[in-house]
Design a protein around this ligand. Structure first.
Ligand code: F6R
Length: 619
């Protein structure tokens, strides 16, 4: 949520900052802004409502020179999305400009205090309060910017990643973080001089350097063109920065010929999942190797309960993980909404393992949930996609998805990556606990290996969805039904549709219909049913019958060669046959495509749906 970019070095900052904002636009896109110090020492701030392209348009005639700058793309929390509330914010004297990601919870009392001292404010934001507070500290303590930032942040309650420019010190860039991510890229310009980049994640940085430092909570950094990089904590204790080499391919950040990141990421799934299982699933030896489990084998052998905390799509994958782990490893699993879990007083036993599932690894509620679990003595395991993310670093052990950066706001390949990873986890625990017969274990490994090819088949055999989707643009509601492993798929299909097409959709366990929701069915209601020829097939057929007799329109996901459900359906999507536990990985694909094409037919911006942002770093 909100994206920060920064640069100090020898190059012109503007092109680097604008490119970086485009890369980060998936984090927020209601307004954007940029601040630069030019060679004459002028500190400028330019802001625009809307996308980064609006900002570019608005600065066409402006002076955007300068080799130091900060920029921001916003997802509004305090104050409506407009140019005034957009970042960067000036301090009252206009000597400072600051960008911020996060929420300052005590901003009202801080503002009231400063107003009493005669300071005036232009916006409704908590961010302006922060920059004013820094200036207030500078003036009242007669100190330099770095010390003023330390003093200001000691008075702040909440979460922040900030970058700040000072007009009178055009040779230095100061930044800090707590609760919201911030990465420093360490580079060298063509003439070998030091340069530094800032990013809310690595995407605006990887083009220039793969050497990064993940700033830790309550750390403040100062960088200059002579190569100085000093990091301290809020109490001014010097910290030793840890330089990390990141592996990210620039192609992963481009659309690669697809009209949208979402469609690219849907089609990437077979390869992404091949990468996810590479080195972890050994078909020749019929083995599953997860270092995160091997290194903590005893914990998993002793574990009597697993609690998985997650939000949104990640919560849906966690539910599938629950079914798999319980079936394969015979350990009870509870799946919790992180946002609920963190505010309860949950009972956690010493032999519990708490798993956080999060694509971004930055979701504020999930992070807070595991911090609570840690304070109660739980062993923490992270399943994240973003390497070096806060959740990955806060957990005792874990497994990365390795599905590559997910840019589309609607999660697709991260969902299937999470399901695969949770299944690997279930198999790895089952192996240690010997809860599956050898025959069953080998059968699951063999089938697992075939899933990427079966996903490819599913993509190739459901190509007509774009035409079919046109028929549903008039619909106001959809219902999605599934049973067993496919109930979470129904939830995920419904979420995908509502978040990008803005059509109301609900997912239910199919058998729950008769306990109330069936009253909604009439000839206007499309019902998407996941009905593979496995497990509870006959029961799902009966559920379809109940809907048909009330004139609902049936869209089904069926196994190849199925004739019964196909005959009862107005439209069918086909998937190849696979074991029950792997069906979600195939069945979700047509549902992702359906939501994508319905949204396109309705003229929606699928990569940047309204009101949403990719990484929810505020609660
Ligand atoms: C929906 C979606 C969200 C995220 C949720 C959790 O398509 O992407 O529901 O799944 O915000 O995000 P992560 O997985 O980053 O913790």
């Amino acid at each position: 949520m909100c994206g920060i970019v920064g640069y100090i070095g020898e190059q012109q900052a503007y092109p680097i900052l604008i490119k970086g904002l485009h890369r980060l636009e998936y984090r927020g896109y209601d307004s954007a802004g940029i601040s630069l110090i030019n060679d004459k020492g002028d500190l400028s701030v330019y802001k625009a409502k809307g996308k980064v392209s609006m900002l570019e348009e608005s600065v066409k005639e402006k002076d955007v020179t300068g080799t130091i700058g900060i920029a921001h793309t916003r997802w509004a929390t305090h104050g409506e999305p407009n140019a005034v509330n957009a970042h960067p914010h000036y301090s009252q004297s206009k000597n400072l400009a600051l960008v911020h990601n996060g929420i300052i919870e005590n901003y009202k009392s801080l503002r009231a205090e400063m107003e009493k001292n005669g300071m005036t404010f232009c916006s409704d934001t908590d961010t302006e309060v922060l920059v004013q507070l820094v200036e207030y500290m500078q003036n009242s303590h007669k100190c330099d910017l770095y010390t003023a930032v330390q003093l200001a942040l000691k008075n702040v309650i909440g979460a922040y990643a900030i970058a700040i420019l000072e007009k009178s010190k055009p040779d230095q860039l100061v930044c800090a973080r707590k609760g919201s991510p911030l990465i420093i890229g360490v580079g060298k310009s063509d003439n070998g001089r030091a340069e530094f980049y800032l990013g809310s994640d690595a995407t605006p940085i990887v083009e220039y350097t793969n050497q990064v430092i993940y700033l830790k909570d309550e750390e403040i950094a100062i960088m200059d063109r002579r190569g100085r990089l000093d990091i301290t904590n809020l109490s001014n204790v010097k910290q030793t920065p840890q330089l990390v080499t990141i592996q990210m391919n620039l192609d992963q950040l481009e659309k690669g010929g697809f009209p949208h990141f979402m469609l690219k990421e849907i089609w990437e799934q077979p390869n992404a999942l091949r990468t996810c299982i590479r080195g972890r699933l050994n078909v020749t030896d019929k083995d599953v190797l997860l270092s995160g489990i091997i290194d903590h084998k005893e914990k998993f052998l002793k574990c009597r309960r697993i609690i998985i905390c997650a939000c949104g799509t990640s919560w849906h994958s966690a539910l599938i993980g629950k079914y798999f782990i319980e079936e394969a490893a015979q350990i009870p699993v509870e799946v919790e909404y992180a946002s609920e879990f963190r505010y309860r007083n949950p009972v956690i036993y010493p032999d519990d393992i708490v798993i956080a599932v999060s694509q971004s690894g930055e979701t504020a509620d999930t992070l807070a949930a595991i911090q609570l679990a840690k304070s109660k003595g739980a062993f923490l395991y992270g399943i994240c996609n973003v390497i070096g993310s806060s959740i990955a670093r806060a957990t005792d052990s874990g497994t990365y998805l390795h599905v590559g950066p997910e840019i589309g706001v609607a999660s697709t390949k991260a969902f299937t990556g999470q399901v695969i990873t949770l299944a690997l986890l279930g198999l790895a625990i089952a192996k240690e606990k010997k809860t599956l017969s050898d025959e069953m274990f080998h059968m699951l490994v063999d089938e697992f290996q075939m899933i990427p090819d079966k996903m490819q088949w599913t993509l190739e055999h459901n190509k007509g969805i774009d035409k079919f989707a046109q028929m549903f643009t008039y619909c106001k509601n959809f219902i999605y039904l599934g049973r067993g492993y496919n109930y979470p798929v129904a939830l995920e299909g419904a979420l995908k549709l509502k978040e990008i097409s803005y059509i109301h959709a609900e997912g239910y366990p199919a058998a729950e219909m008769k306990h109330g929701p069936i009253a909604l069915i009439d000839e206007e209601m499309p019902v998407v049913v996941i009905a593979p020829k496995r497990g509870m097939y006959e029961k799902v057929v009966s559920n379809i019958q109940e809907i048909k007799s009330r004139k609902g329109k049936i869209i089904s996901v069926v196994t190849q060669h199925d004739t019964v459900v196909k005959g009862m359906s107005d439209y069918t999507f086909v998937i190849p046959d696979t074991r029950d536990c792997f069906v979600p990985l195939l069945a979700v694909i047509p549902l992702q495509l359906l939501s994508y094409y319905v949204a396109i037919a309705k003229g929606r911006n699928v990569d940047q749906p309204r009101n949403l942002a990719k990484s929810v770093t505020v609660e």
